[in-house]
Design a protein around this ligand. Structure first.
Ligand SMILES: [Zn+2]
Length: 264
């Protein structure tokens, strides 16, 4: 489930592989992922141009096309990018493929078709139109963080996952951040005192940074992360207690009742 760290890793991967090469052919393999543009329009806007630079906001990746606007990629539940030359490396569920003049291509794979490919004149316009909150890592200082969460009756986990409040955090990383901050996901956001919010804010930065440093690969995550212990009855990496599964806003979350005191 690509969240902020995963999308940041995709962004760096695209930067390292696909910039400044002429797009020779544009293959849209499944138009269901196209949002607000047709196959033909997308082909016209990309053909014979280059990918110039990238930007990210929350879970959205933006790719500037020379002399034109920005391609927007969202990865849904299962998306990723792959750059390759040899067809044997082609992933299974390619929805968009750009062929470059150097013989390599960049594929957007999205098995469950819940991702989106769009087009925006500028990322700022999309962020405004969609009313997205500030990016969790890039433009969120503690004061803003406190303002966004204070007074909210919702659980802190729902508040962290609300893209209109803070952009980039989903189910997995909200659990991880709350586990590191020793805060129960069902605690009401408005009941968190300033010192707890400070701990939470620091955990948010630390978790997202560390995840990016590990290239968002759960197998490389540090041992104190909850992510590899997600499962009812698994051992808490901090206290050795038993991890519990909880339901919240229709999603399954994981919590250590020993480390994360349930709200009254
Ligand atoms: Zn514990």
């Amino acid at each position: 489930l690509p969240e902020l760290p995963d999308v940041e890793v995709f962004r760096r991967y695209l930067n390292a592989t696909s910039l400044h090469q002429k797009v020779q052919a544009v293959h849209v393999k499944h138009s269901r992922v196209l949002k607000g543009l047709t196959r033909r329009t997308l082909q016209k806007r990309l053909s014979s141009r280059e990918l110039e630079k990238t930007a990210r906001h929350g879970k959205h990746l933006f790719v500037k096309v020379t002399g034109n606007g920005w391609l927007r990629l969202h990865f849904g539940m299962s998306g990723f990018l792959r750059y390759y030359k040899n067809r044997s490396r082609q992933p299974e569920h390619v929805r968009l493929r750009l062929d470059f003049s150097n013989g390599y291509c960049l594929a957007y794979d999205n098995q469950r078709l819940l991702g989106q490919i769009g087009w925006v004149p500028r990322p700022e316009k999309f962020i405004k139109d969609e009313n997205l909150g500030p990016d969790a890592l890039e433009d969120l200082d503690f004061e803003k963080f406190r303002q966004l969460l204070s007074g909210r009756k919702a659980s802190i986990k729902s508040a962290l996952m609300d893209q209109n409040a803070i952009a980039g955090i989903g189910n997995i990383y909200s659990d991880e951040i709350l586990f590191q901050a020793k805060i129960h996901p069902k605690a009401a956001a408005k009941n968190l005192v300033k010192s707890k919010l400070k701990t939470l804010y620091e955990a948010l930065h630390q978790v997202l940074q560390e995840a990016i440093e590990c290239r968002a690969d759960p197998e490389k995550f540090p041992g104190h992360f909850l992510v590899s212990h997600r499962g009812e009855g698994k051992r808490c990496p901090r206290c050795g207690g038993s991890i519990k599964k909880i339901k919240l806003a229709g999603r399954s979350g994981y919590v250590c009742p020993g480390c994360q005191k349930p709200p009254d």
